[in-house]
Design a protein around this ligand. Sequence first.
Ligand SMILES: [Zn+2]
Length: 294
Amino acid sequence: MPKLAIKVDIDTLRGYREGMPRMLDLFKKHSITASIFFSFGPDNSGKAIRRIFRKGFISKMLRTKAPSTYGLKTLLYGTVLPAPLIVPPAPKVFIRAIEEGHDCGVHSWDHVLVQDKLNELSKEEFRSLFEKAAHMYEKLSGVKPTSYAAPGWQVSSMSLEVQQELNLEYCSDARGHSPFIPIFEGKEYNVPQIPTTLPTMDEILGLSGIDDETLPSYWLNGMDKEWNVLTVHAEMEGMSKLNVFDKFLTMAKERNTEFFTLREYAKISKPVPCSIKTGTLTGRAGTLAVQEEI
Ligand SMILES: [Zn+2]
């Protein structure tokens, strides 16, 4: 039986408020427990426009119809419009995810800041951003978070060091093929990494032969690893693409897929040391953390 873990990233206010409740309904319908990573603080999506200067951004925006997917307002937050906080004004969605038994973790306090400027942040700044999110997590749920998923799959020796100091149970910062103990720039860190193995919807939708109809089987055929992980986004698969995601889950269940959380993978997969490199992926602008092939 194929194994699959669904990892949900929440990057924006709209994704959190409108996409996440629908996705939680969908998980309930299919009796699936997912791993959900929350951006807690300011939605600075407008600043991501900076990425317009990076190769591939415009074609990706057009291919995925980003303005209609994300909403025009979202694309202006943090620039023309002030950046609204994501979780604090509407904690119910987060609390619901916890209450419904999902494996919840920290994605960020400020997604755009960490994704775009990780290498410019000091260790203290990075740690305090994590702690701001962790404080909100604990205030609302009564427990401390023990997992983290890097915004935009960005890692550094500093971020890996902080995860180790915080004694996190697992992190999901990279793209790769199987759970591993990260080695970065020659140094080993002890927090296991559970990588995303499948391409994300925004990376492949609109490429030759991949549309709303064919995407579910494309993903199913890509589940050829022992520990498959699919990352979905609350602002995409939870909103305009909810039906595509629903179809994929239905087909996966028909193929007897067994669903796990990333936390369960971390416990049962016996991760072995493996290097993380900075690389590129089709459909994604800029560089990101990629697990070395074996
Ligand atoms: Zn994200």
